[in-house]
Ligand binder design. Structure first.
Ligand SMILES: Cc1ncc(C[n+]2csc(CCOP(=O)(O)OP(=O)(O)O)c2C)c(N)n1
Length: 368
C-alpha cells in the first residue's frame, strides 16, 4: 500500500506565493505587453486619464511649495502614485463611496471635491470636510488602517439598501500590519459586501521598508486568508490599475463580494511635509530605478505612439493646473477663519458638559 502523503504546508505556501505575480498591461517603455487584458477605454477616455495624472502631478508640486511657504497645513505628497490613485478612481462610478487615507486627496478631487475644499482640509478647516452633495466619501483617515473596518461597514450598508455601488478604501503597505486591516477584509468577505480594498504598496511606511513589515512575499496574498480574490498589480501602470479595479467593481456589484488589490508603486517625495527626510532611508539609486517606471512617462509614450498626446497638450494641462491652484488657494485664503466654537459645533451634536463650559468661554471671547 502506498504511504499516505502528508500535507506539506511549506510547499503549499511557496506555491501560493508563486501564484501572485504582478499584473501589467503597459510596460516601462509604454508598450502594451498584455493585449488581451486591454481595458475598454475610448481614445478620449485614455486622454482624460492622462490629463488627470498630469494635472495632479502639478498639484503635488504646487502643494509642496505652498506648504513650504506656510500657506498649506498637513500635506502628504502623491507624485509617483498617480496611476495607483487616479486609475483606480477612474474605474469608479459617481454613486460609489471612497474611504481615503491621508494621501488620497486626489481621488476625492476627481470624484468631485472642489480644490478649494481640499486646501481647507489641509488647513484643518471644517469646511474642508463638508463634501458636496453627490460626493460619497469620508474624510481622509489619519488612523492607519481604520478606514478598512469602516469600508466593510459602508459596503454592508450598500448591500442592505440594495444599491448598485461599491465602497473603496485605500491604505499603504504599513496599513496591512494593523488589526483593522484583517478585520475589515474578513468582515466584508463574510458578508460578501461590495467592497474594494486597495493597498498602495509604495515600499515604505514612513522609514520602515516593506520587507520589515511582514514575511509575506506579497500583500495581495493576504486575501487568501479570508477567502476573497487578491491581485498584485503594477501600480505605475495606469491601464493595469484601471483594469483590475474595474473587474473588482464589476464583481462587487454582481454580488460576488470584495477584492483586495495591491498596487506596487513608489512615492517620490517625503512621507509628509512634517519633517520627513527620505534620503536617510532610501538611496538615490532606488529613487532613480523607480523614476524609470514613472506612470506619466510610460503613459505619455503610449499615447504619443497612438497620436493622442503631445508636448503642447501636456503644457496646456500644466498651465491649467497652475491656474486652478492659484484660484483655489485665493478662495481658501478668502474663506472666513474658523472659530473655536464653530469647530466644536461641528464636532458634537450633544456637547459634553465639560466642553459646554469651555464653549461658553470661547463664545464670550469671540463676541468681543
Ligand atoms: C494607528 C496609527 N499608528 C501610527 C500612526 C503614525 N503613522 C502615520 S503614517 C504611518 C505610516 C503608514 O505607512 P503606510 O501604511 O505604508 O502608508 P503611506 O504613508 O506609505 O502611504 C504611521 C505609522 C498612525 N497615524 N496611526
Amino acid at each position: 500500500m502506498a504511504p499516505k502523503k502528508s500535507f506539506d504546508p511549506v510547499k503549499v505556501l511557496a506555491e501560493v506565493e508563486k501564484k501572485f505575480e504582478m499584473f501589467q498591461i503597459l510596460n516601462e517603455e509604454g508598450e502594451i505587453v498584455n493585449e488581451d487584458a486591454m481595458p475598454d477605454l475610448s481614445d478620449d477616455e485614455l486622454v482624460e486619464l492622462m490629463r488627470r495624472m498630469v494635472w495632479t502631478r502639478v498639484l503635488d508640486q504646487r502643494s509642496i511649495s505652498l506648504n513650504r511657504q506656510g500657506r498649506l497645513g498637513f500635506y502628504a505628497p502623491t507624485a509617483g502614485q498617480e496611476a495607483s490613485q487616479l486609475a483606480s478612481q477612474y474605474a469608479l462610478e459617481q454613486e460609489d463611496y471612497i474611504l481615503p487615507g491621508y494621501r488620497d486627496v486626489p481621488q476625492l478631487i476627481w470624484q468631485g471635491l472642489p480644490l478649494t475644499q481640499a486646501f481647507l482640509f489641509s488647513r484643518g478647516h471644517f469646511k474642508g470636510n463638508q463634501f458636496p452633495e453627490g460626493v460619497n466619501a469620508l474624510s481622509p483617515q489619519i488612523i492607519i488602517g481604520a478606514q478598512y473596518v469602516q469600508n466593510a461597514g459602508v459596503a454592508v450598508g450598500i448591500k442592505k439598501r440594495g444599491k448598485s455601488a461599491v465602497a473603496v478604501t485605500y491604505t499603504g503597505d504599513g496599513g496591512t500590519s494593523q488589526g483593522d486591516f484583517y478585520e475589515g477584509i474578513n468582515f466584508a468577505s463574510a458578508y460578501k459586501a461590495p467592497a474594494i480594498f486597495v493597498v498602495q504598496n509604495n515600499n515604505y511606511a514612513i522609514s520602515t521598508p516593506r520587507e520589515l513589515q511582514t514575511n509575506a512575499k506579497t500583500l495581495a496574498q493576504k486575501a487568501v486568508s479570508v477567502g476573497i480574490p487578491g491581485v498584485l498589480v503594477d501600480g505605475m501602470d495606469p491601464l493595469a490599475v484601471y483594469k483590475v479595479t474595474k473587474d473588482a467593481r464589476d464583481r462587487a456589484v454582481a454580488g460576488d463580494g470584495p477584492t483586495l488589490i495591491e498596487t506596487l508603486c513608489y512615492r517620490y517625495g517625503p512621507h509628509t511635509m512634517a519633517g520627513d527626510d527620505p534620503t536617510r532611508y532610501r538611496t538615490s539609486d532606488e529613487d532613480s530605478d523607480w523614476e524609470k517606471k514613472d506612470p506619466l512617462v510610460r503613459f505619455r509614450k503610449f499615447l504619443e505612439s497612438k497620436d493622442l498626446w503631445n508636448e503642447e497638450k501636456e503644457n496646456e494641462v500644466m498651465e491649467q493646473a497652475k491656474e486652478d491652484v492659484k484660484k483655489a488657494i485665493k478662495e481658501a485664503d478668502a474663506t472666513e477663519k474658523q472659530s473655536v466654537t464653530q469647530l466644536m459645533d461641528n464636532m458634537y451634536e450633544d456637547m459634553p458638559q465639560n466642553l459646554k463650559e469651555q464653549y461658553e468661554v470661547y463664545k464670550e471671547k469671540e463676541s468681543k
